[in-house]
Design a protein around this ligand. Structure first.
Ligand code: ADP
Ligand code: F6P
Length: 459
């Protein structure tokens, strides 16, 4: 890899957020896999990060955080409403996730999307020096590669989509499909989580833009665009080392003691998003309790859900549905000291999260559609004891790699129930052997390899 080229990351969110404490004047690094992976690269490659602070602050000057130049892009309240909540989260998000909710198409949201993408492209253009690598992230910024190429043809431009890319039957709904495809093919490398996402994109670009090429390479005049899959991953060592700490092991034991040491613990951790299948998972569990296939003396479910995009109505509705279902299940099935479902609506700190992973007998990760799903990988990395069974949706990108998980169709309640029974009763040696294979996979293909491979392709 040509280590001499600077790497500029362009992402909807900055890698830092306002410090929590009293004054909220400083900044601290945001948690999350993408930041863990990319910040050290930007640091060592003397690059910069272009992104939004997450609020409508009018003027935030450029600053440096831990040696990384931070270039904030500002937005008005109306732009946050139309570009972020509107076009990103109510048009693109549902459309790209199998239209699980009906995407809404509003001209004024699209106009804000174009305007904000242009602002990101200009900010990237004025930050990048000659021949830098610019790496644009995710569905919020699909027009940036094309806009940036017009402004700065000297740059190498990469784009990576963290969520699924839909097949033609869905993508064709988008009134601005040609504009979005034109934006994306402004990149030199267009990266996706899975091969089928990449294939969907290549086919659509050939059809709607009339380009020549194959599933892995498109031609625009003399310029070649590489299209490929680069499954994102996690900082395996980071999770493993927390899981091995004596205090984590002790905390995991304490969690088990509190839940009832003899009960099997079923864990789920998600952003509270309708794509994650939280409602259906709870229903499968409820069905098993109703039928007497499991009982609260032997099992307990823990659902941790971090609030997300709460001003979008479908998210508020999902919260209501989840909370009603938890209430109903507990009302019907709990007894004193034996709660059927523990529901925590909050983000856990990294150490606490790993302690929960380490405490679980079964980890249920059952999205209806997910670009990758990092939680499944974090769970494996957090089990150096080879304990725990992973139950994973076929519709998560991670299922293409984690073949030794128990794969389920979350819409099939009977099938999910059967897999959950299998997980709860799996002989220890089988479970350990499965976990060893899963861990090997995640260790080998960690987030550092993801970034390295992508940047090699781009350079
Ligand atoms: P998405 O990007 O759609 O949110 P992923 O599974 O790929 O889904 O990534 C979610 C990230 O958010 C993971 O790194 C996970 O640890 C973190 N996360 C999700 N829910 C929680 C929670 N309740 N507490 C702490 N971290 C969470
Ligand atoms: O997976 C897509 C994604 O946009 C992530 O990049 C992000 O961490 C998560 O969803 C939460 O999104 P938001 O930035 O809207 O809170």
């Amino acid at each position: 890899m040509r280590g001499d080229r600077r790497v500029i990351v362009v992402a909807n969110r900055l890698p830092v957020m306002r410090a929590r404490g009293e004054s909220r004047t400083g900044w601290e690094v945001s948690p999350g896999g993408l930041v863990t992976a990319l910040l050290p690269i930007v640091q060592s490659r003397r690059g910069a990060w272009v992104g939004w602070s997450g609020s409508a602050e009018r003027s935030i000057r450029a600053f440096s955080h831990e040696g990384v130049p931070i270039r904030p892009v500002t937005m008005t309240d109306a732009e946050i409403r139309d570009y972020y909540h509107g076009f990103s989260n109510r048009t693109l998000w549902p459309l790209y996730h199998d239209a699980i909710r009906t995407p809404e198409f509003q001209r004024h949201w699209w106009r804000a999307y174009v305007e904000v993408n242009r602002r990101f492209a200009r900010a990237a253009a004025s930050t990048a020096r000659a021949h830098d690598l610019v790496w644009v992230q995710d569905f919020h910024l699909q027009l940036v590669p094309g806009m940036l190429r017009e402004l700065r043809p000297d740059l190498r431009i990469g784009f990576f989509l963290h969520i699924p890319f839909p097949p033609e039957e869905l993508f064709a709904w988008l009134p601005w499909r040609v504009e979005v495809l034109r934006g994306l093919i402004g990149a030199d490398v267009v990266g996706f989580q899975t091969f089928s996402d990449a294939q969907n994109f290549s086919r659509l670009a050939r059809r709607f833009l009339d380009l020549d090429g194959t599933d892995t390479e498109l031609s625009i005049g003399r310029r070649k665009v590489r299209v490929g899959s680069f499954p994102i991953s996690i900082d395996f060592q980071g999770f493993e080392s927390i899981a091995e700490r004596p205090e984590t092991i002790e905390r995991a034991r304490e969690i088990r003691r509190r839940l009832g040491a003899s009960r099997k613990m079923i864990l789920s951790v998600d952003r509270l998003d309708y794509t994650k299948g939280i409602d259906l998972r709870l229903k499968s569990y409820e069905m098993m309790l109703d039928r007497g296939e499991i009982d609260v003396n032997r099992c307990v479910m823990v659902q941790v859900a971090v609030p997300s995009r709460e001003s979008v109505p479908d998210y508020a509705d999902m919260r209501t549905l989840v909370e009603q279902t938890v209430g109903r299940v507990n009302g019907e099935h709990s007894s004193p000291g034996r709660v059927a479902v523990h529901y925590f609506r909050r983000a856990l700190g990294r150490e606490e999260l790993v302690a929960y992973y380490r405490a679980a007998d079964v980890m249920m990760v059952t999205p209806l559609r997910d670009g990758m799903n990092l939680i499944a990988k974090e769970f494996c990395a957090s089990r150096p004891d080879l304990g725990g069974v992973l139950l994973l949706s076929e519709f998560a990108g991670a299922a293409r790699q984690l073949r030794r998980a128990l794969l389920v169709n979350p819409r099939d309640h009977d099938g999910t129930a059967q897999s959950l029974r299998e997980a709860l009763t799996m002989p220890r040696d089988d479970a350990r052997q499965r976990m060893a294979v899963l861990r090997m996979m995640v260790r080998r293909h960690d987030v550092h390899e993801w970034a390295r491979e992508y940047l090699e392709a781009l350079a």
